[in-house]
Write a protein that binds this ligand. Structure first.
Ligand code: CUA
Length: 345
């Protein structure tokens, strides 16, 4: 009896926490990653297909359900009535053919907006401005290259509004998937293959992105941000981003750069210096980024210092294995390195 009660209690707790978790999660992500609050051409097209399909399915449900309930009540046995077997229609060729034709027609109706969406997704409309971007998945961060602008950055993609961003999607290691829910649907990033998609943003703003293919320990922490700017603001950003890194100014920053060139430079690049590593994110204008570790933390002094000191604690499994490699820096070097990196605006 007691064991039964315990298992009932456990089951109640489990079901209860699931029920509670669902709305909490849904609300938390509602504005940031909602596919119902879209601000891009492709997102809008896909939402239209979704609602249309829901509409057709609802029509089908109501029709079939309506007929079912009508028959249930209309032909139920009345009190005192004898049991009569109604006329049997099972195997009627006429009814079966009619049902097959009706199903095919409904599928055809759903196929029309789907086919239209495929053409919209295939390439940007004639006459729309186009900008090329290469998005490269790494365990667990995103590299963004702008081949026509000579810019390489990470985890924060800046784009001009009302411009088609023509994206080549690649991976250097395992399969990832590129997704900005409020702008467009997903596209896989496969090693050894280039996948293409385009997207645009109709409104300036900050849009959340997320890797949506399980890719290892920190898959859930493989996020990114898309900042959509008015053209003039984007031009300002791209000019600054294209420039070489700012030279260190203070004593602390100068030492920070020295520390950087004794190891960090073998994985990270900083334009205008000898640091040309390709393994980790390009840090040329790191100080102007809002986030750290693929949008895991705010890019501030406290988090950056912790990241440099204990990268494995901050993001398990990432390639900065300083703890294991016995490469822990002194507190002073960490402070100087932070000051150098923060100055790289
Ligand atoms: Cu990359 Cu999941």
């Amino acid at each position: 009896m007691k064991a039964q009660l315990t298992s009932i209690l456990r089951l109640t707790l489990l079901v209860g926490s699931f029920l509670l978790m669902y709305p909490l999660n849904a609300f938390a992500l509602m504005d940031a990653m909602s596919t119902f609050d879209v601000k891009g051409t492709i997102g809008q097209e896909q939402l239209t297909v979704f609602w249309f399909t829901v509409g057709v399915s609802a029509f089908l449900l109501l029709t079939v359900g309506g007929v079912f309930f009508y028959a249930l009540f209309r032909f139920r046995a009345k009190p005192g009535q004898d049991f009569v077997v109604p006329e049997q229609t099972h195997g009627s060729a006429k009814i079966e053919i009619a049902l097959i034709i009706a199903s095919c027609l409904l599928l055809l109706v759903i196929a029309v907006p789907n086919a239209k969406a495929l053409f919209v997704m295939d390439k940007p409309p004639e006459g729309k401005k186009v900008m090329k971007v290469v998005a490269i998945g790494h365990q667990w961060w995103w590299e963004f290259q702008y081949p026509d602008l000579g810019i390489t950055t990470a985890n924060e993609l800046h784009i001009p509004v009302d411009t088609a961003i023509d994206i080549d999607i690649k991976s250097v290691d395992v399969i990832h998937s590129f997704w900005v829910p409020r702008l467009a649907g997903k596209m896989d990033a496969l090693p050894g293959q280039i996948n293409r998609m385009w997207l645009d943003a109709n409104e300036p703003g900050k849009y959340y992105g997320q890797c949506t293919e399980f890719c290892g320990d920190s898959h859930a922490q493989m996020r990114f941000l898309v900042f959509a700017h008015k053209q003039a603001e984007f031009d300002k950003w791209s000019r600054a981003e294209k420039a070489d890194a700012i030279k260190p100014e203070t004593v602390s920053q100068v030492n920070g750069q020295k520390v950087f060139m004794q190891g960090c430079n073998s994985c990270h690049a900083i334009k205008g210096t000898n640091a040309m590593g390709m393994v980790g994110p390009n840090l040329t204008h790191f100080g102007s980024r809002t986030s750290l570790g693929a949008v895991m933390y705010k890019n501030d002094t406290e988090h950056l210092a912790k990241w440099i000191k204990y990268p494995q604690q901050m993001k398990p499994g990432n390639l900065m294995k300083l703890e294991q490699a016995n490469m822990l820096l002194s507190d002073k070097d960490v402070t100087d390195l932070v000051s150098y990196l923060q100055n790289l605006k």
